[in-house]
Design a protein around this ligand. Structure first.
Ligand code: GRG
Length: 293
């Protein structure tokens, strides 16, 4: 399988569907719709929705049936980035290679664009086709739980409160699990749910997602100190400047790389019950480990 082609094809399918689901940028009031589209179509890698689609395929489902879930996940992810960049949070000027949402539209509209992306995620997810094991409400509950105060938002709170403090490795892992791994895991689980995955299949996908999500954030921490702003499309070296706890800061670069490899092996191991059907998920895990932006 040509992974580059797979990524491009699935990203195109997600982009086309997002374009259909989002209000036009001239829909009244135009500013909010322009602002939502500005961040959503800024060139994100679409990793989470691609994982949703790949998980659905792994469980024998069709891509088209997982498209609403994939788009919903990307809307939540983009909202979290828009809010994370605000001056009251990480205060960043650059995201996805462009000025951040509040730099273009002002703080008020950026807060609202994030809110609207969060809300429309559930409007889109509600379009998912119910299957015998997973009614629409189960999909909604899944994404709400992962995006809520126990996980995504909880991670952001712990991150904010940890700034400038010496955190332990366990405290750092807690933040990474909540802030990054939970939404990534949920993206994968939702793909499985669209394909009517069994409890056992969902358990394997969860184990895969948790290990992959943690590996993803360890790599993100490494890239923050090893890559340039131009390459990342977001401000490099930000974590060091903000005196943030990161894997390289606590464990050193070498150990962080070793840990990312260990977690990727763990992710692979979780896919064993799927046999060759999970080859795409395996290739995606390797791709994320080797990525340089
Ligand atoms: C504000 C509720 C709220 C949450 C914010 C997700 C998050 C929590 C903050 C964003 C900053 C950050 C370090 C998030 C961790 C996850 C991560 C590495 C996001 C970047 O994901 P990519 O690389 O980005 O997939 P693109 O732009 O390609 O989609």
């Amino acid at each position: 399988m040509d992974l580059k082609k797979y990524l491009a094809r699935h990203a195109r399918a997600v982009d086309a569907a997002l374009n259909r689901y989002l209000p036009r940028d001239n829909a009244k009031p135009a500013t909010i719709h322009e602002a939502m589209r500005y961040s959503l179509f800024a060139g994100g890698k679409r990793l989470r929705p691609i994982l949703t689609l790949a998980a659905a395929e792994t469980c024998g489902g069709a891509v088209k049936d997982a498209i609403p879930a994939a788009c919903a996940v990307e809307c939540i992810h983009t909202y979290s980035l828009v809010h994370d960049d605000l001056p009251c949070m990480d205060d960043d000027d650059l995201r996805r290679g462009r000025p951040t949402n509040h730099k273009v539209y002002g703080e008020g509209v950026a807060v609202l664009a994030g809110d609207a992306l969060l809300t429309i995620a559930f409007e889109i997810l509600a379009k998912v086709k119910p299957v015998s094991r997973h009614p629409v409400a189960a999909h909604i509950a899944e994404l709400a739980h992962a995006s809520g105060s126990r996980w995504l938002i909880g991670g952001q709170v712990a991150d904010l409160e940890g700034e400038g403090k010496r955190l332990s490795g366990d405290e750092l892992k807690f933040i990474h699990r909540c802030k990054t791994a939970a939404l990534l895991t949920s993206s994968i689980r939702l793909g499985g749910m669209c394909a009517n995955a069994t409890t056992q299949q969902l358990k394997s996908l969860t184990d895969f997602g948790q290990a992959l999500g943690l590996a993803f954030q360890v790599i993100d921490d490494i890239l923050d100190v090893t890559q340039t702003t131009e390459k990342l499309g977001k401000t490099a070296g930000k974590d060091v400047k903000a005196i943030k706890a990161t894997y390289p800061a606590i464990f050193g670069l070498d150990h962080s790389r070793t840990e990312a490899h260990r977690l990727t092996r763990k992710a692979h191991a979780a896919l064993k019950p799927f046999g060759a059907k999970a080859d795409t998920l395996r290739a995606l895990a390797d791709y994320l480990l080797e990525r340089d932006y």
